[in-house]
Design a protein around this ligand. Structure first.
Ligand code: ADP
Ligand code: MG
Length: 252
């Protein structure tokens, strides 16, 4: 259980949540805004320890147990693209001798070859987020926590980054992903399982499997079916559906 003390007393945000993610699994958390998804990631990362129950990353890996990608790229503005990625390795204590093998191949893979010496203000928001993905993947951490990483991008840029994430994921076969999103189709495209969160005090009220093998195509009708099922569930769990049909809601 996790809550916050506020001026009006104590508000319970997450209660009775039970979710286990396997070593190589991609799980999305989808729920109404403010239901506590970022809070859950903070509990998992250890940033927030003020709760009852357990939130843990079980790993035998000696390095950092997780890396993190947020909505804002949060790059160091005085460092270049390459230096930002290298800084992540430095901060995690990876020996400099290993940097060369890791950084440029990864920057090439995320489409930033030729931009490695640019500073963040010289590249687009999408490229900044590609840099943030590289900075996270370069660590080979056993868990990747991602908090709405593409929600600040326009739809076409977000789409290309989702495609990239699917590709990176196929290469990092022993990484677990916990991915927060409010975009239902994004959850369907990327995930093995989607955990639907209820309103506060929130819990996982349903888990939906996405039974579509990788590599996935955006146009796979099975993903549309999953997306529709997710939307149904979310609308059914909302008190006020504003009289929208599922088709209308999906179109929004
Ligand atoms: N430090 C805090 N103090 C008080 N309330 C907080 C704090 N952080 C988050 N909350 C509240 O907890 C709820 C969940 O927040 P958050 O996890 O950020 O939601 P989201 O699901 O949108 O990521 C929100 O209602 C928010 O107002
Ligand atoms: Mg949040």
């Amino acid at each position: 259980m996790k809550g916050f003390r506020t001026r009006n007393g104590f508000t319970t945000v997450v209660d009775g949540m039970n979710l286990e993610v396997a070593d190589d699994e991609f799980v999305s958390l989808v729920g109404p805004s403010g239901c506590g998804e970022s809070t859950v990631l903070n509990m998992l990362s250890g940033l927030d320890r003020d709760f009852t129950g357990t939130a843990e990353i079980r790993t035998t890996s000696k390095g950092l147990p997780f890396s993190y990608v947020s909505q804002e790229p949060r790059l160091l503005p005085w460092k270049t693209v390459k230096q930002n990625v290298e800084f992540s390795l430095k901060a995690s204590g990876v020996p400099r001798a290993e940097w060369g093998d890791r950084v440029m191949p990864l920057l090439t893979r995320v489409g930033l070859s030729g931009f490695e010496n640019h500073h963040p203000h010289q590249i687009s928001g999408g490229m900044q987020q590609r840099t943030a993905l590289a900075r996270a993947f370069v660590l080979h951490a056993p868990v990747l926590l991602m908090d709405e990483p593409f929600s600040g991008l326009d739809e076409f840029t977000a789409r290309s980054l989702r495609q990239l994430l699917l590709e990176l994921r196929q290469q990092e076969t022993s990484t677990a992903f916990v991915f927060v999103t409010h975009t239902v189709f994004e959850a369907a495209v990327l995930s093995d399982r989607v955990a639907l969160m209820s309103n506060r005090p929130s819990t996982v009220h349903r888990i939906i499997d996405v039974d579509v093998p990788l590599p996935r195509s955006y146009d796979d009708p099975r993903l549309f079916d999953v997306s529709r099922e997710l939307t149904h569930e979310i609308l059914a769990s909302m008190k006020d559906t504003q009289g929208l049909s599922v088709d209308e809601a999906v179109a929004r």
